[in-house]
Design a protein. Structure first.
Length: 172
């Protein structure tokens, strides 16, 4: 009797959602569980973008475009090296996700979804991050919920969500 080959998880994952949804923390935990490399999308923002957000000014599409293209290059390079990667990136709009996905067909988005109240509470309690809580509303307004993402309920424990994602990815 021959068994069908075991499916493997996608090599490129993007944890996405509004600020405070846990993209970075969850992404690190997921990467650790999968033996993947973790990239923090915020680390690739140019200084002007960070300064703008520090002032409480939402980024424009023109601000985001070079940043998203840089992230796409990071993902492409990882694929070329045969690496499994997890990238934390807000990817709020479909157009942004399309830029990230360009020439990376195996990319899988993981949408960290939670209530406005829960995420507001997380942002208020968070220290040492350049994204002020007052910009959360602009993020929810910009959010175009993805139709092709794996959706994670952030009110659930992180480890349970990591296991949920791993199981879902290996079933695909």
């Amino acid at each position: 009797m021959t068994r069908p080959p075991k499916k493997t998880a996608p090599a490129v994952l993007v944890t996405m959602g509004v600020s405070g949804s846990g993209k970075s923390y969850f992404g690190r935990k997921l990467a650790e569980a999968m033996g993947a490399i973790f990239y923090e999308g915020d680390d690739f923002h140019p200084p002007d973008n960070i300064a703008k957000m520090n002032r409480g000014t939402p980024l424009t599409d023109a601000d985001r475009l070079p940043w998203l293209r840089d992230l796409n290059r990071v993902l492409l390079a990882a694929v070329e090296r045969g690496e499994t990667v997890v990238l934390a990136c807000s990817a709020l709009r479909k157009a942004y996700r399309d830029i990230l996905r360009k020439d990376v067909p195996e990319l899988q988005f993981i949408f960290l979804k939670g209530s406005h109240e829960l995420i507001t509470r997380r942002l208020v309690e968070r220290r040492g991050h350049f994204m002020p809580p007052d910009l959360l509303e602009s993020q929810f307004q910009a959010l175009e919920e993805p139709e092709d993402a794996l959706v994670v309920d952030i009110s659930q424990p992180v480890q349970a969500n990591v296991e949920f994602v791993r199981e879902a990815l290996y079933r695909q």
